[in-house]
Design a binder for this molecule. Structure first.
Ligand SMILES: Nc1ncnc2c1ncn2[C@@H]1O[C@H](COP(=O)(O)OP(=O)(O)OP(=O)(O)O)[C@@H](O)[C@H]1O
Ligand SMILES: O=P(O)(O)OC[C@H]1O[C@](O)(CO)[C@@H](O)[C@@H]1O
Ligand SMILES: [Mg+2]
Length: 555
């Protein structure tokens, strides 16, 4: 078998479905063929376990498919259809609303057969007309009456711009595209399943919510009690669960899905990844991130204005980013006013040659002011040397961070007050909660809509245990285990961080040897985790570079 290292993921959102083009990264450059061989052969005993569903095609592509309800409930009425493609290729309403669902409702084998035949013919024609690239993938559809659908939505973890837009689009999408009228909201995160009331969601209720920050459903950390949650889903007769949240939430969603599958319930579980930190792996970007970067500009601009207006003034801005510095990195690159950006992935030091104090002194001498952006997770190992509560956790088990912004402000002030030559001014701005409490911007609003629709289409077709998100620019379905196995971090040996260093001209705080070691480790890790030639030696090799050291400390 080909390596499972670089599978494609299923795309189903009709607007993206036909975009299974080869990716510039690791994905296999082959067409999808209906003649493909699947490793999940309908053997429900095998499929019931948690093995990934890897499908290989004649032309060598590898698809890591998402579970389907019929995998463990073979008696479900399922049809294979090719029809999702052409309606959107032609810019119409999704075909399953107008044609497929009514036909399916008749539950006639003859009609289903005719539909498939018609779809195949139409699709082929469109391929010939050039509307669709690639060979088509059969979609398994669970034939269900829209009146049977009872959906619920829950939001968990920290706030993120766009949460309300996703809620709105799931509700409106289910109503308008599929005629589903039973949608409820679970209040207050996971614990709301068993400890709170539900709220009925209709297009009227959610009509204006996308203009507001936060989540109309409320959210929380902790409180994930799998059996109580699944009991609640089962008792209420819910058969579609839409779970919006970050990495922790998706781990929780995965456990819920496993329990649902263990109980043999015909309930689709769809995860929609959210986080301003952008630390969810596999997907290109999470919704809310763009808005956070945009909002951070206001704080950086304010810091710059302050810094420029006083002599030897330093504007210090703390941004969110517990384990990864994406917000700080992108906000810095976008701004051009930042002289130094500090993130968790890139260790730094204060004193001595090549240290932060030396750089600050140099910049103040050159232009008389400077702006520093620091991600909240940066430099935690420095704080731990002077403080000792590194092991506190929040209700979800996330490490509670010490305030690096305040600590750094104090250290900079102390350092320069000891040196009579430079009298500095320091303005510290902490806009962290303001950044994630705003409503989503235009581009995040569009992303939220695509994500919500993609989740709906997947769940309505009977797929389950998946997260939907953009992978190399295409909306894909990704099995839970893929997304939760590790967290995404800024790779400091990659081009984006190099661009930042050249934009700010800050020290890298790494010597050449560290960079080379990091790069080799990064490549080895990628090979050994993605490839099939796993070797204990490569996987367990201790990270010796400074980035590795930091990773151990913060992660
Ligand atoms: N490993 C896990 N297994 C089951 N549930 C989990 C797990 N990790 C987190 N959860 C649950 O997921 C919910 C949200 O987790 P968390 O507070 O870590 O936020 P998140 O989803 O990662 O979002 P963010 O970190 O972006 O704010 C919590 O209710 C928590 O109990
Ligand atoms: O203070 P809270 O609500 O626990 O959230 C803080 C965390 O949430 C995040 O914004 C992620 O949602 C992190 O960047 C941050 O560390
Ligand atoms: Mg998280």
């Amino acid at each position: 078998m080909d390596s499972i290292s670089s599978p494609r993921f299923r795309c189903f959102d009709p607007s993206n479905y036909y975009d299974l083009t080869p990716s510039p990264r690791h994905y296999y450059p082959a067409s999808f063929s209906p003649k493909s061989k699947s490793h999940s052969t309908g053997d429900s005993a095998k499929d019931n376990n948690l093995e990934p569903k890897i499908t290989t095609g004649d032309a060598g592509y590898v698809l890591e498919d998402v579970p389907h309800l019929s995998d463990y409930s073979p008696e479900l009425p399922v049809t294979h259809s090719f029809s999702a493609h052409f309606s959107l290729a032609k810019g119409h309403t999704p075909i399953h609303c107008k044609i497929i669902l009514p036909i399916q409702l008749l539950s006639s084998i003859l009609l289903i057969w005719m539909t498939q035949l018609l779809s195949k013919l139409l699709c082929r024609r469109i391929v010939q007309e050039g509307h669709i690239s690639g060979v088509l993938d059969p979609v398994r559809r669970y034939i269900l009456n829209q009146e049977e659908v009872y959906a619920c939505i829950v939001t968990c973890g920290g706030l993120c711009p766009g949460l309300n837009t996703v809620i709105r689009e799931i509700v409106c999408g289910l109503y308008h595209m599929y005629g589903v009228h039973k949608v409820i909201g679970i209040e207050g995160g996971y614990r709301g399943f068993y400890a709170r009331n539900t709220v009925t969601l209709t297009p009227k209720v959610v009509n204006d919510i996308h203009k507001r920050g936060g989540t109309i459903l409320g959210t929380s950390r902790g409180g994930h009690d799998t059996s109580k949650i699944v009991d609640s889903i089962q008792d209420r007769g819910i058969n579609q669960v839409y779970i919006i949240g970050g990495d922790g939430t998706q781990k929780g969603a995965s456990v819920i899905f496993e329990e649902i599958r263990r109980r043999g319930l015909k309930v689709s579980v769809a995860g929609i990844p959210k986080t301003i930190d952008n630390d969810i792996s596999v997907i290109d970007k999470s919704f809310g991130f763009d808005t956070a970067v945009e909002e951070a500009q206001r704080a950086i601009s304010a810091a710059h204005v302050e810094a420029e207006s006083f002599e030897n003034c330093i504007g210090l801005v703390k941004l969110m980013g517990r384990y990864s510095g994406f917000i700080a990195m992108y906000a810095t690159l976008a701004s051009r006013d930042v002289d130094c950006c500090l993130i968790p992935e890139s260790p730094f030091y204060l004193e001595g040659s090549g240290g932060l104090f030396e750089f600050i002194e140099k910049r103040l001498k050159e232009i008389g002011h400077m702006v520093i952006v620091i991600a909240e997770g940066a430099g935690q190992e420095l704080l731990s040397e002077s403080m000792c509560n590194m092991n506190q956790q929040d209700a979800s088990g996330n490490k509670l961070l010490l305030d690096i912004g305040l600590w750094l402000s104090q250290n900079i002030k102390d350092h320069f007050s000891k040196r009579q030559k430079i009298k500095i001014n320091l303005k510290y701005i902490d806009p962290t909660y303001m950044i994630r409490a705003v409503p989503s911007n235009a581009s995040d609003n569009v992303s939220c809509t695509l994500l919500a629709h993609s989740a709906i289409h997947g769940a309505m077709a009977g797929y389950t245990g998946f997260i939907t998100g953009p992978v190399n620019g295409r909306h894909a379905y990704i099995p839970f285990h893929r997304v939760i196995e590790k967290q995404k971090k800024v790779v400091i040996t990659d081009r984006m961080w190099a661009r930042l260093l050249s934009s700010t001209n800050q020290p890298s705080f790494l010597n050449h040897k560290d960079v080379i070691e990091d790069k080799i480790e990064e490549e080895t890790e990628q090979y050994s985790v993605n490839g099939e030639n796993h070797s204990e030696a490569t996987i367990n090799k201790p990270r010796t570079s400074s980035a590795g050291k930091l990773e151990k400390l913060v992660g």
